[in-house]
Ligand binder design. Structure first.
Ligand SMILES: Cc1ncc(C[n+]2csc(CCOP(=O)(O)OP(=O)(O)O)c2C)c(N)n1
Ligand SMILES: [Mg+2]
Length: 343
């Protein structure tokens, strides 16, 4: 694995501060009812998990995740304007305003969602990887799954199938300690979640400190190389949510009533600070570049909010019903046009 260069590290920093700014802005917008909906699941605190692992991918690889998807979309380079417009249900949104926060996706970025049903995306991940294996492509599918979802039947069926068919999937378990409000030990008989791989004969790359983007990158690079040549791999990312499960978790509205546990993860395990300290330690001359990224993130997100608020809601029949259902002959046409490889 090549060591990350100065430019790579700065780019990771750019991605991480953009995600944090985007998420914290969404939090405020939700409290002000400028973003609505039942849930809004933020990636604040998880940034190094997504950024470090996706740095190990090629453009031709695939990514799929659950509902904590905003950060993943931004890492893949989806336009912040379109993502923010999607949060607000506007027609300029990345899913035409019909998906919302939990259903971001972009075929152009090989980003297949954004799923609200816990574990529901895992069989799809296996299917995407099957297509690559069947057609002899060397693409891998990076799949993010929560700790809580590893207790769900989809997880076990999908892991098993990936093992018997040697599917090139990297199953990244984002263990943030909780499924909604339930601690891992109350929900899972096996609390070393990466060890669930053993049951299916899948190679585990163990547990990684996912507050440290460099540590994440190192292990993800090994797992991606392994998956490309051999088959499925599991990694457990140990991370933490800096906001509640969703923004309707009232205890997280204010920073004043922060738990001691949350404070400790913020004081000692802040992923952006860990990366920043590393970059400054290794490349002392980049202070101005880091500050420029902080400022750029604020501008990009402020502009995205302006863009989203100025956009219209989908109102016409086509805008409301388009891309929702297709008749069967068109399924194939649509699948072919998005490159799903169905002839
Ligand atoms: C099948 C199903 N059951 C229950 C829910 C409600 N639900 C939404 S998120 C969640 C917890 C999942 O926790 P985890 O997998 O650890 O992911 P995290 O939210 O921590 O990222 C639950 C139970 C759901 N969306 N789908
Ligand atoms: Mg969790």
């Amino acid at each position: 694995m090549p060591s990350p260069t100065k430019d790579m590290l700065l780019d990771w920093y750019r991605q991480m501060v953009l995600i944090r700014e985007f998420e914290e802005t969404c939090h405020q917008l939700y409290l002000q009812k400028r973003i609505t909906g039942v849930y809004l699941h933020l990636y604040s605190g998880h940034e190094a998990s997504g950024v470090g692992s996706m740095a190990a991918l090629r453009k031709s690889d695939h990514v799929i995740t659950a509902y904590r998807d905003h950060g993943i979309a931004l890492i893949l380079g989806m336009d912040a304007n379109a993502v923010m417009a999607e949060m607000m249900g506007k027609k300029t949104g990345s899913s035409g305003g019909k998906g919302g926060s939990m259903h971001l996706a972009s075929a152009a970025h090989n980003f297949w969602g954004g799923y609200a049903i816990v574990g529901g995306h895992l069989p799809l991940a296996a299917g995407i990887a099957l297509e690559a294996r069947y057609r002899g492509k060397d693409a891998v599918t990076m799949t993010y799954v929560g700790d809580g979802a590893t207790n769900n039947g989809y997880f076990h069926e999908s892991l098993n199938m990936s093992a018997i068919w040697d599917l090139p999937v990297i199953w990244i378990i984002e263990n943030n300690g909780y499924g909604m409000g339930t601690e891992v030990a109350r929900a899972s008989g096996q609390t070393e979640l990466h060890r669930k791989a053993e049951a299916y004969g899948i190679k585990s790359f163990g547990r990684v400190d996912a507050q440290d983007a460099l540590a994440v990158y190192k292990v993800a690079s090994q797992a991606v190389a392994y998956a490309r040549d051999n088959g499925p791999a599991v990694i457990e990312h140990v991370t933490y949510r800096y906001r509640g499960h969703g923004v309707s978790d009232k205890q997280y509205d204010s920073r004043d009533d922060m738990s001691a546990e949350l404070r400790q993860w913020m004081d000692e395990r802040e992923p952006i600070k860990i990366l920043r300290d590393h970059i400054l330690g290794a490349h002392g001359d980049v202070g101005a570049a880091l500050t420029a990224h902080d400022e750029a993130a604020r501008q990009i997100v402020a502009q995205a909010v302006e863009f989203a608020e100025a956009s219209d809601l989908p109102r016409s029949r086509d805008e409301l019903l388009g891309n929702t259902y297709v008749r069967s002959p068109r399924v194939y046409k649509t699948a072919a046009s998005i490159g799903a490889g169905i002839d």
